[in-house]
Design a protein. Structure first.
Length: 413
């Protein structure tokens, strides 16, 4: 099979890119032919079709100046260069299926037009809530907000959800209104939802409910040695931004007297460092952004991983990676997290924003190292049984086949 993966970035920038690149490698190892379509970027991996990629543009924040902002806004709404580039890649590569990931803004759904014209079966993995929330996260000023649910996208502008900017928030609202009113996403035959929670939110929003399918992500465990002995502190690995709730974790670690290793970077770094010096002096180590091998090294030496999110996480790979390393997880009882953590079996669920509850669970993990070790092994078994590459690839084959059947019906009609 010839599979075309489409994502705005072609390097390991975040969870979506890591999933796409790992999946593409597995597919190639299974005998498939894989190609990529993305935006040009200095960190991109080499690609045979790079000459067809649209030019590099960063949109957060928007380019400076009136002209730059106009160009950026136009790119979000419709990209002729992305459309033409996609048409050339389709002609050269002749894919049997297109697998989309994060195409918003820099690519835009304009790339779907040539896929539809060529009648290419198309699936899209939903890594976030963009199709239901113009600013991706169901957050308004750091708090859960579902005001846009059901197509009420103007609420994003009224509430200035994009960093308090009326212009940026208005563009996000206009983008979604325009794309849905014109049926821009109609060429996507199936939308793959890693979590049941995301699937449910998409249904509530009326986002192609008959095309939604639940397909969890995967983790490769063959090269990951599970934790071999009890003991250690706590680890957080991820972006240091408000919605991740790392401030809640720092306070909890200080109150529980548990050492915390933080792997990641982001806009909250300096504020978190100041908080750590006040609430957990000498007990928090900030490592910066680490490669996966570095994160797994921290996991192997810890007793628990923590995800204290204050937003609707989808299916965070940080939890799956911790389980693969034989480490239990404490997570917020919010979004897709409860689908992964079985309370008191392979971790604990705590209310979001509750540093006292989180601190008590950290203390419990520290006081019962043998029990927490067994919980970590239960997490490892869960990954091997439910999140294996083989199981994911089998699910994808079913999805690709269904997309092909829908494309054939569309062509016949």
């Amino acid at each position: 099979m010839r599979i075309l993966h489409v994502n705005k970035f072609l390097y390991r920038r975040g969870g979506a890119e890591s999933y796409m690149l790992d999946l593409a490698r597995l597919q190639e190892e299974s005998g498939h032919s894989v190609a990529f379509f993305a935006m040009k970027h200095p960190q991109n991996l080499p690609s045979r079709y790079e000459k067809h990629f649209p030019s590099h543009v960063e949109l957060e924040p928007m380019p400076a100046g009136v002209t730059g902002k106009a160009v950026g806004a136009g790119r979000v709404l419709f990209s002729p260069t992305a459309l033409r580039g996609m048409a050339k890649v389709i002609r050269d590569f002749r894919p049997d299926v297109a697998h989309l990931h994060n195409i918003y803004h820099q690519l835009s759904p304009s790339i779907l037009r040539p896929l539809a014209s060529a009648n290419i079966p198309t699936v899209m993995t939903l890594h976030d809530y963009k199709l239901a929330c113009p600013t991706y996260r169901f957050l308004d000023k750091g708090r859960i907000c579902e005001a846009c649910l059901g197509g009420h996208f103007r609420q994003a502008a009224l509430r200035r959800c994009n960093r308090g900017s009326l212009a940026a928030s208005g563009l996000n609202a206009l983008e979604m209104r325009l794309h849905f009113s014109t049926g821009a996403y109609d060429p996507v035959h199936l939308f793959l939802c890693p979590s049941r929670f995301l699937e449910r939110k998409m249904r509530e929003a009326g986002v192609y409910p008959e095309r939604l399918r639940h397909l969890p992500l995967f983790v490769e465990t063959a090269a990951v040695e599970p934790k071999s002995q009890p003991g250690g502190g706590a680890v957080f690995a991820g972006r240091l931004s408000h919605e991740k709730g790392v401030d809640v974790l720092v306070k909890a670690a200080g109150s529980a007297g548990v050492h915390l290793d933080v792997a990641g970077e982001g806009p909250e770094l300096q504020a978190l460092q100041r908080l750590a010096s006040q609430a957990a002096d000498g007990m928090v180590t900030f490592h910066g952004r680490l490669p996966l091998a570095g994160v797994r090294e921290l996991l192997s030496a810890c007793s628990v991983a923590v995800l204290p999110a204050r937003w609707y996480e989808n299916q965070p790979l940080s939890i799956l990676d911790a389980f693969a390393s034989g480490v239990p997880v404490i997570g917020s009882h919010l979004g897709g997290i409860p689908e992964l953590i079985e309370d008191r079996v392979d971790g604990y669920l705590v209310p979001a924003e509750d540093s006292a509850a989180l601190g008590s669970k950290l203390r419990l993990i520290a006081d019962l190292p043998g029990t927490s070790f067994e919980m970590g092994l239960a997490g490892r078994r869960k990954i091997e049984e439910d999140f294996s590459p083989a199981r994911h690839l089998a699910g994808l084959e079913v999805s690709y086949a269904e997309a092909a059947g829908r494309a054939a019906v569309g062509a016949a009609g």
